[in-house]
Ligand binder design. Structure first.
Ligand SMILES: NC(=O)c1ccc[n+]([C@@H]2O[C@H](COP(=O)([O-])OP(=O)(O)OC[C@H]3O[C@@H](n4cnc5c(N)ncnc54)[C@H](OP(=O)(O)O)[C@@H]3O)[C@@H](O)[C@H]2O)c1
Length: 318
């Protein structure tokens, strides 16, 4: 397999997957809403960037032609019910139909830890419920011949993340860190390990029909991760856990400010359940990967940032 179509290939995870595939000599096509969004990958060899509307099924069919496999990384973190439905459910449905129509049947879909087809009504947030519905739709298509692998990562960190970088940037600016959801538990996973898992799945047909949960070696509370980011950046600040009611009020105010909110009420809802491996499906071990935790990697990239860079990029509209 050598020619891959990457939906969402311009994003944080997609960029790293493109780099791995470029090193392997594979050809890639990366559709984007705006060519400027692809600046981090367009220099890679054998990579073609196309402005395209991936929500249009005919466009999807055209894009798929000539490829051996497709990766779906398109997702949103904020939006109303209709926006989540469009990106997390309708797009996978259209993609599955286009795959079956064109005969490009190999799809690796990136979902999220906490999503599963059985949780379409019970998952705590719009984000997770819609991700669950997307998985359910793809599993139906798998019964019709789609060669599907699903990856469910916990929160992902890496040099260009918008997670630990954001917490580091906030601590460079503010003397204390008021934090909603401080006790929420995560199993952060390094973006390089997620990219390795993706490459493994594309190369190993035994992963077809399987779902993998991807988590790092350790479980951390959100508070511990904020503290880790502060220490790594050389600006450890006191972290003050906010009661949920105040956290929701803070999130509402962030939603009302222009640009992408730092935290939405739906993000807080996602944190009502632990974001840690269930053990009910295979993980990195089954892919032969030993994951790396944030303490081993984050100090190298959090130590010398422009204090306001992460905040500015967070507020910039894509
Ligand atoms: N980052 C994490 O911590 C994390 C954790 C768990 C799961 N995941 C999952 O991993 C996948 C990749 O996440 P990421 O962090 O790389 O996301 P990201 O950086 O936000 O990238 C999202 C990608 O989706 C595309 N996109 C966004 N909204 C779109 C829309 N309305 N229509 C069409 N395309 C749209 C963007 O493409 P253009 O801007 O080029 O059009 C971009 O390439 C997602 O499925 C996400 O749910 C991520």
């Amino acid at each position: 397999m050598k020619r891959v179509l990457l939906l969402g290939g311009t994003g944080f995870v997609g960029r790293h997957i493109c780099e791995h595939l470029a090193r392997l000599g594979w050809s890639m096509t990366v559709p984007t809403r705006r060519a400027a969004n692809a600046s981090a990958v367009q220099h890679l060899p054998r990579l073609t960037v196309l402005e395209a509307d991936v929500h249009d099924e005919a466009t999807l069919r055209q894009l798929l032609v000539g490829h051996d496999a497709v990766i779906n990384l398109v997702a949103i973190l904020h939006g109303d019910e209709a926006a989540f439905q469009r990106s997390h459910v309708e797009l996978p449905e259209k993609l599955a139909r286009a795959c079956l129509t064109t005969g490009v049947k190999r799809l690796v879909h990136v979902s999220a830890l906490g999503a599963e087809p059985a949780a379409t009504d019970t998952a705590p947030s719009r984000y997770l419920r819609s991700k669950s519905r997307g998985e359910a739709a793809l599993q139906q298509a798998a019964a019709q011949g789609l060669q599907l692998t699903v990856l469910r990562p916990s929160v992902i960190f890496g040099a260009d993340d918008r997670f630990l970088n954001l917490f580091a940037a906030l601590q460079r600016v503010f003397p204390v860190m008021p934090l909603a959801g401080a006790g929420a538990r995560f199993q952060p996973v390094w973006v390089e390990d997620v990219a390795r898992a993706m490459v493994h799945c594309l190369q190993d047909t035994r992963t077809i029909g399987l779902t993998y949960e991807l988590g790092g070696p350790g479980v951390h509370t959100l508070k511990a991760l904020v503290q880790l980011a502060g220490r790594a950046a050389g600006v450890p600040r006191p972290v003050i856990a906010l009661p949920m009611a105040i956290g929701r009020l803070q999130a509402l105010m962030m939603e009302l400010t222009p640009g992408q909110p730092l935290m939405s009420r739906d993000n807080l809802d996602s944190m009502k359940v632990d974001n840690v491996l269930t053990g009910r499906v295979p993980g990195f071990a089954a892919l032969g990967i030993t994951p790396t935790g944030p303490a081993a990697v984050a100090p190298a990239y959090l130590g010398n940032d422009d204090p306001l860079l992460a905040l500015r990029s967070r507020f910039r509209r894509r």
